[in-house]
Each structure stands twice: as structure tokens, then as C-alpha cells.
Design a protein around this ligand. Structure first.
Ligand code: ADP
Ligand code: MG
Length: 621
């Protein structure tokens, strides 16, 4: 190395970079053509960055130079040259950007290559490894660049894909970057103009700057960004390609939405619902938010004001002609336009989800499983959104426990006389379906929504009504008297005096544990249930407190007994064995706790149950 900046200096690539180069050079990847996409996307980035800089900076070299990308080939020399009039790089920036893996895509690629057994070739296509992918086709590369900063001079970077690269001063008449690629012998095809034209149209058509090839003046790309391209001209593959490049997600998006609006605001939106609620480990985007463009210029990489917070899983781009051109990120916030954009974007998304639910219920179910919790959160955190979200909710019910029903479907199945939507909240479906609270509903054949998600309790705080029907918990609801079934005579209840003394025995045994013990007409199959006294916070709220880890005194419950239940009717027979009677009473209470999902220590019951079994065996001996 010498001190003079004008002669060539040699540097060594960082270890990680060497590894990457090694993989790329020896890659037999059949889709090597993607190197061109990577270089063109860098050129486009550089032009975008320049355009953005020009909004605020006066001191820019070659202000009048048109923003463009030029490609030349010299077939005989196997030389491919790509030039852009973008932001350029200083000597230091050349070293920083091309001397190490600065790029997140390439870093992810390396991580993935080390962590998975996936073939490299697939990963290359998946990730886009950035600038270095040029070494799949090049035996040497020279990058000459001149920064937009007038005081900086040009420099060049040269490498053969070995361990080292060289930096030296260079002559360059104007701002921008020139990449000279000497093609490997087996990569000759990339010196053919027709081949390049094809690749560009396939991968880079929507780059927003003219790309010219050879002596031709006419750009070969359409030049409109994908979101400004009419839907009819875009293939599903192009949407997917775009999504992958934006996010580096492996899986196809669950939903793509391309929307153009002229009133009340002008905007283009290209939105995606990912396949999974959780971002992939290799995802490029570590933050939520949409990309916000103003007339094709990227203003904000992670804009969080375009959608309500609970829809933060949505990815994509919003571009509006109505944003003033001289905007900064700060003035976007205060322009007053954002709330209007947000409204349009949000409504478009809801419309698309409703259409999906209607036209492709199976796919909608996938969406619901991945993202239902976000919608529930929307209701919990923003009651004003409830009406909009309601139709997208799905539930398991007593009648249809295996499938998902909408509130629309539930209410359509209701008998004429039913004016209320009933639900029951619990820990899991299995327990819920056996809940004693359902006895009366089962007897009258009334459907109940079964809610088992932690988020459900929060949702219920904002979900009180659907259309004209209020929602009510099956644990507190008083059902209208059912007409007695004619062919099933009501089972006989135990005599009143026996019942009274038995209730007294329960009260004496359970003492402080319960607020009251009383008979219930609501139970048919079940022996007992626990209910809240009048005025207690409802069970959902109690659960919310529990989930929030708040200190919270659960109010004492009322134990309700079924006076027609055979077990209860036989209990007075044990009067001559008060010890066993006590055990049974305690067990009845604790079983009810268990059914309610409230038992603090189920294993604690083992000893009692064993004693009861011993007594049963003795009685039979
Ligand atoms: P990425 O584009 O994801 O950042 P790349 O490996 O493609 O990663 O490029 C690395 C960096 O090199 C870029 O971030 C940029 O700073 C710089 N760079 C590459 N090509 C150009 C170019 N044509 N003009 C200006 N800078 C460039
Ligand atoms: Mg790049």
C-alpha cells in the first residue's frame, strides 16, 4: 500500500465477503441473469437517492444531467457496461459499500446458507445477494464513480472475485457510476443485446428511470413503477417478484391488493398480506409500516400512519400525487393529507378482505388463523372500528365446533324468537363444550359462540352488539322459558325439606369459599355450576385482569346445584357417614371450579378423589 491517493491501493475483502464471493463464483446457478436485476436496482436506488437529495440540497454536481441508466455491450471484448447518473460514490464510499457485505440481503443470504440445507442456487434467487452477484458472470469488474458532491473526485474499484480489491483515483467527466463487467467465457450470452432486453423486461421493467441499450435512444423499459402500471399489464409473477424483493419473505403473500384511487385523494397502493403473522427470520423488513412515495420518490421507508396500528402486518407501497413535492418526512406528518390517505388505504383493504371472505372462504380461513388476533385487537383497542371489523370475525360455536362461523351465519341460524347472541369464554374448546352453563342452551337447542383465545376477552370489551342483537355471556344470561318437551317428562326433583337441609350442609361445609349455595332451574345434565353474584365484574373482565397480571380479588361465587340430579338426590343417604359426605361436597365444589377453569391447584384433588374411591370400594366389599 502506498500513501498517494492517485495510485492503486490493494485491500483485502472481509472474511464474510470472501465466503460469499466464493459461493457465487462457483455457483452453477441457472438463473444467473438476476445479476442484472441487482445492478439495475442499485442504479435505480442511486438515482432515487439523488432525486431525494436534490429536494433539499443546492450543492449538487451536474444538476441538469438527466436521470438515466445506459447499457453498452462490446461483444468481441465480452464487455458489458452499465452507467447511471445517480448519487455516485466517493472513494471511501466505494470501499465501505463494495469492500464488505454492507447489504442486508447478502448478509441474510449468508446466514441462511449457513443455517439451512437449502441449495445455494435457490437462496440466491430468493434473496437477491446484491452487487456481488455480478461475480456469477464476471471474471473481473471495475466500478468507477463520481459523487454528487462537487468537491469530491472520482475513484475506481476493481476486483476479480479473489480475496482482494483495488482502489485508485480515476477520471470521470460527470456525476454517477459506471460498472464495467468482463464476462466469463460461459457468460457470453450477456453480451447479446436481445438477451439483455429480455432480462430487463422480465425483471426490471418497472424501474422508474429510462434504461437505454447501445446506441438506441428509446428506453427499453416501461419506466413506470409496478404500482403505477395498470393491473391488466401485470402478471401474478411480477407481483410476487416485487413482494419478495420488498420483504425477502420466502413464501408467497396470502393476498395482493393493487388499488388506484382518484378521489377523495389520488393514490396508488400496492399492498400485501404476508403468508404468516410472524415475520420470517430472514425478512428484510424488521419494522412495521408501508413505504410511502410521493410521485415515485421514496419519502418514508416505514410509514406507520397509513393504516391503523392493528393492521400493521400489511406490507407494501403507497404513492400519492397529492403529496407536495418538497415534502420532508416531518412535513408529511403535518400536511393533513395523511388521515385522508389512511382512510382510503384502510377501506380498500377491508373491501378486499370482505371479498376474500365471500369468494374464497377457505383462503379466508387461513387469513383468519394467522391474523384474526390482529382484528380482535382492533376491536379491543378502538371501539370505533368495531362495526367495520365485525363482519370479518369468525367463531367456533356449540353447533359448529369444528368450523368457523361469521356473526352473519350465526344470526341467520337463530330461531325467530332469539334476540340475543350468546357466547361463552373459556380456556379451551374441550372444556367449554362441557360447561354446565351450556345445559339450558343445549336443552333448548340454542347456539353459543365458544371463545377460547386470550384476545377474545379483550375483544368483548368493545364488542357489545352486532346489527340489532346484543351479545351476552351464556354464564349470566337468563334464557326465556323453554316450552317443556312433551315426550321427555321433567326428571323428578328431590323433596323440598331434604333439599333445604342438604343446602344447609353445603353452606356449613364450604363456609367462606362461596357466597351462597342455591338450587338452579338452569341445570339439566350437570350437577353444579358456579355463577357470579349480581353486580360482580363480568367473567370477561375478570379474565382480562388475569391476563394483564393485575392483582384482582375474584369475587366469591355462588354455587348452583341441580336438585333433579341423581347424585345430589342420593347425597342425603350418606348422613350416617358425615366424613364421606363432606368429601363429596368439597369435591362437587372443586369440580365446578375445574369446569370454570378457575381451579388454583387441580392436582390437590388427587388425595380426596382417592379417599372417595376407597370409600366406594369398602361400601361394595
Ligand atoms: P443494497 O443495494 O441492498 O444496499 P448491494 O450489494 O446491491 O446492496 O449494494 C451495496 C451498496 O453499494 C449499496 O447500498 C450502495 O451504497 C452501493 N452501490 C451499489 N451500486 C451503486 C450505484 N450504482 N451507485 C451508487 N451506489 C451504489
Ligand atoms: Mg442492491
Amino acid at each position: 500500500m502506498t500513501d498517494s491517493p492517485s495510485s492503486a491501493q490493494t485491500f483485502t475483502f472481509k472474511a464474510e465477503t470472501k465466503q460469499l464471493l466464493n459461493i457465487l463464483i462457483h455457483s452453477l446457478y441457472k438463473d444467473r441473469e438476476v445479476f442484472l436485476r441487482e445492478l439495475l436496482s442499485n442504479a435505480s436506488d442511486a438515482l432515487n437517492r439523488l432525486r431525494f437529495t436534490m429536494l433539499t440540497e443546492q450543492n449538487v454536481l451536474d444538476k441538469e444531467t438527466p436521470l438515466a441508466i445506459r447499457i453498452h455491450v462490446d461483444k468481441d471484448a465480452r464487455l458489458l457496461t452499465i452507467e447511471d447518473s445517480g448519487i455516485g460514490m466517493t472513494r471511501q464510499e466505494l470501499m465501505d459499500s463494495l469492500g464488505t457485505i454492507a447489504q442486508s440481503g447478502a448478509r441474510k443470504f449468508m446466514q441462511a446458507a449457513q443455517q439451512t440445507n437449502t441449495e445455494f442456487s435457490r437462496l440466491i434467487g430468493q434473496f437477491g445477494v446484491g452487487f456481488y452477484s455480478v461475480f456469477m458472470v464476471a471474471d473481473w469488474v471495475r466500478v468507477t464513480s463520481r459523487s454528487y458532491k462537487p468537491e469530491e473526485s472520482a475513484a475506481s474499484w476493481y476486483a476479480t472475485g479473489e480475496d482482494e480489491y483495488q482502489i485508485e483515483a480515476a477520471e470521470m467527466p460527470s456525476r454517477g457510476t459506471k460498472i464495467e463487467i468482463h464476462l466469463k467465457e460461459d457468460a457470453e450470452e450477456f453480451a447479446e443485446e436481445y438477451r439483455l432486453r429480455n432480462i430487463i423486461q422480465k425483471h426490471s421493467d418497472y424501474i422508474g428511470f429510462p434504461i437505454t441499450l447501445g446506441a438506441e435512444e428509446k428506453p427499453i423499459n416501461k419506466q413506470t413503477s409496478l404500482w403505477r402500471t395498470p393491473r391488466s399489464e401485470i402478471t401474478p409473477e411480477q407481483y410476487q417478484d416485487f413482494y419478495r424483493q420488498q420483504t425477502l419473505e420466502f413464501e408467497e403473500p396470502l393476498l395482493s391488493l393493487h388499488s388506484v384511487s382518484d378521489a377523495p385523494v389520488q393514490l396508488y397502493a400496492l399492498l400485501f398480506v404476508p403468508a404468516k403473522g410472524e415475520r420470517g427470520v430472514f425478512s428484510l423488513r424488521k419494522e412495521d409500516g408501508l413505504k410511502l412515495y410521493s410521485r415515485n420518490i421514496l419519502i418514508d421507508e416505514y410509514n406507520k400512519d397509513l393504516l391503523p396500528e392493528y393492521l400493521r402486518f400489511v406490507q407494501g407501497v403507497v404513492d400519492s400525487e397529492d403529496l407536495p413535492l418538497n415534502v420532508s418526512r416531518e412535513t408529511v406528518q403535518s400536511s393533513g393529507l395523511m388521515p385522508r390517505l389512511k382512510k382510503v388505504v384502510t377501506n380498500a383493504l377491508f373491501k378486499e378482505l370482505e371479498a376474500l371472505a365471500k369468494n374464497d372462504p377457505e383462503k379466508y380461513q387461513t387469513f383468519w388463523l394467522e391474523f384474526g388476533n390482529y382484528l380482535k385487537q382492533g376491536i379491543a383497542s378502538n371501539a370505533a372500528e368495531t362495526e367495520k371489523i365485525q363482519s370479518l370475525l369468525r367463531f367456533h360455536t356449540t353447533q359448529q365446533p369444528e368450523t368457523w362461523s361469521s356473526l352473519e351465519e350465526y344470526t341467520a341460524r337463530m330461531p325467530e324468537s332469539q334476540k340475543t347472541i350468546y357466547y361463552l369464554v373459556g380456556e379451551d374448546l374441550q372444556t367449554l363444550r362441557q360447561s354446565p352453563h351450556l345445559d339450558a342452551f343445549t336443552a333448548q337447542n340454542i347456539e353459543v359462540l365458544l371463545l377460547t383465545d386470550a384476545m377474545d376477552s379483550f375483544m368483548l370489551m368493545g364488542l357489545h352488539q352486532y346489527k340489532d342483537y346484543p351479545l351476552q355471556s351464556a354464564s349470566t344470561a337468563d334464557l326465556p322459558e323453554s316450552p317443556a318437551a312433551p315426550d321427555a317428562p321433567a326428571p323428578e326433583k328431590m323433596p323440598e325439606p331434604d333439599l333445604e337441609s342438604l343446602l344447609a350442609r353445603f353452606r356449613e361445609t364450604l363456609g367462606e369459599k362461596v357466597q351462597e349455595v342455591r338450587p338452579s332451574a338452569r341445570l339439566s345434565q350437570s350437577l353444579a355450576r358456579l355463577v357470579d353474584p349480581e353486580g360482580a365484574p363480568n367473567p370477561e373482565l375478570q379474565r382480562v385482569y388475569k391476563y394483564l397480571g393485575k392483582e384482582f380479588e375474584t369475587s366469591k361465587k355462588i354455587l348452583e346445584l341441580n336438585p333433579a340430579h341423581p347424585l345430589l338426590k342420593s347425597l342425603p343417604n350418606l348422613a350416617q357417614n358425615p366424613g364421606l359426605q363432606t368429601l363429596l361436597i368439597e369435591q362437587i365444589y372443586e369440580s365446578a371450579l375445574l369446569a370454570e377453569g378457575l381451579h388454583p391447584n387441580p392436582a390437590g384433588m388427587v388425595e380426596r378423589v382417592q379417599k372417595i374411591m376407597e370409600a366406594a370400594l369398602q361400601a361394595n366389599a
